[in-house]
Design a protein around this ligand. Structure first.
Ligand code: ADP
Length: 326
């Protein structure tokens, strides 16, 4: 096996708070072990367009607290073609990159897996996405920050909901998973949570709202995951309004504010540990895997498993959210 002297690092797919902390950890760990680091800008696009920048320890000073990714990210549809990946491989060889750390979501791991399988490049993936929907880790980098952002927003909406006896339908991100919605809901004491993993009956939701009102509850917060099968927060609000025309309803879609901002301490710690462990794994000869944390232990999951398996939501927590809202 070729000795690893130069490690490349890139961020790909949707940006997430904490990606900078992960890059920093990759750079500092590599330097500690005597390796050089090349940062690749704009994800897989940078491999095609030769966007390489040398990174030293000082290059990542004061980056740990910054949201987004200073290496920038992109979607690179061409990377799905063998031709583009071969061009990338040529550039990787020309730059003398011996191994790669890919920070991103499941799409990025599909691309990374092909680099391993087609060209034998050692690659380790680091899960960076606010959605927390990746199999093989309890938490993804960015999730905690996104939930905290959503919680702050919902706390503010609660003031208005309460002052005006309103029901707010708040749409949070999460693609086709309800992790952000569930944690936001538990943290804000929302009256109901609508997530794709659990079927919601609009009739039952309306009965529940009526019951709450009879108990003199003056406000209502319904958290709707963006992947909810009943539709968007506005679609759900319209269905409820049809059955309960006297209710004052409002809709707020939090959108991309959830992706930005300074990462929380939890995300910084997670990113630092995973970034460190990704480099150590490469130096130990591991490849084709994502590094994650399960029960506070670092674990490695083959890429194909990480992107093809489905991470289950904790149904017990769904039930607890319901009990605590009564
Ligand atoms: P995320 O990594 O956050 O899931 P995407 O799904 O957009 O984000 O994937 C990021 C990038 O990974 C894509 O723009 C593309 O360059 C690459 N990618 C995704 N799927 C594949 C695939 N099947 N084959 C090769 N590359 C892929």
């Amino acid at each position: 096996m070729k000795k690893i002297k130069t490690i490349g690092v890139l961020t790909s797919g949707g940006d997430a708070p904490g990606m900078n902390a992960a890059i920093r950890a990759v750079v500092r760990t590599s330097t500690y072990h005597g390796c050089h680091v090349l940062g690749i800008q704009r994800g897989f696009t940078g491999l095609l367009e030769n966007l390489f920048i040398p990174l030293q320890n000082h290059s990542v000073a004061q980056k740990i607290s910054l949201g987004g990714t200073f290496l920038k990210s992109s979607r690179c549809p061409e990377f799905k073609t063998r031709k583009a990946r071969s061009a990338a491989w040529q550039n990787i060889q020309l730059q003398g990159i011996d191994a790669l750390v890919v920070i991103g979501g499941d799409g990025s791991f599909r691309g990374a897996d092909l680099l391993v399988k087609e060209f034998g490049l050692p690659v380790i993936g680091v899960p960076g996405t606010i959605d927390n929907d990746i199999y093989g880790t309890d938490y993804t980098i960015g999730f905690d920050t996104a939930v905290n952002t959503a919680v702050q927003a919902v706390d503010k909406l609660r003031d208005t909901a309460d002052s005006h006896n309103m029901v707010f339908f708040v749409e949070v991100m999460g693609r086709d998973a309800g992790f952000i919605a569930l944690n936001t809901s538990i943290s804000t004491g929302a009256e109901a949570t609508m997530i794709p993993e659990v079927q919601t009956d609009i009739g039952k939701l309306c009965e529940y709202l009526e019951l709450e009102r009879r108990k003199n509850k003056t406000s209502g917060i319904i958290i709707v995951a963006e992947g909810e099968e009943q539709g968007s927060a506005s679609a759900v609000a319209a269905k409820v309004k049809e059955r309960l025309p006297n209710y004052e309803t409002r809709v707020t879609t939090l959108g991309h504010v959830q992706r930005g901002g300074s990462p929380t301490a939890n995300d910084r710690v997670l990113a630092s540990i995973l970034g460190h462990d990704a480099v150590v794994a490469l130096l130990d000869g591991k490849t084709g895997m994502m590094v994650g944390v399960v029960n506070n232990q670092t674990v490695f999951t083959p890429f194909h498993e990480a992107y093809s398996r489905h991470r289950e939501i904790n149904k017990r927590w769904v039930n607890i959210a319901y009990i605590l809202s009564l």
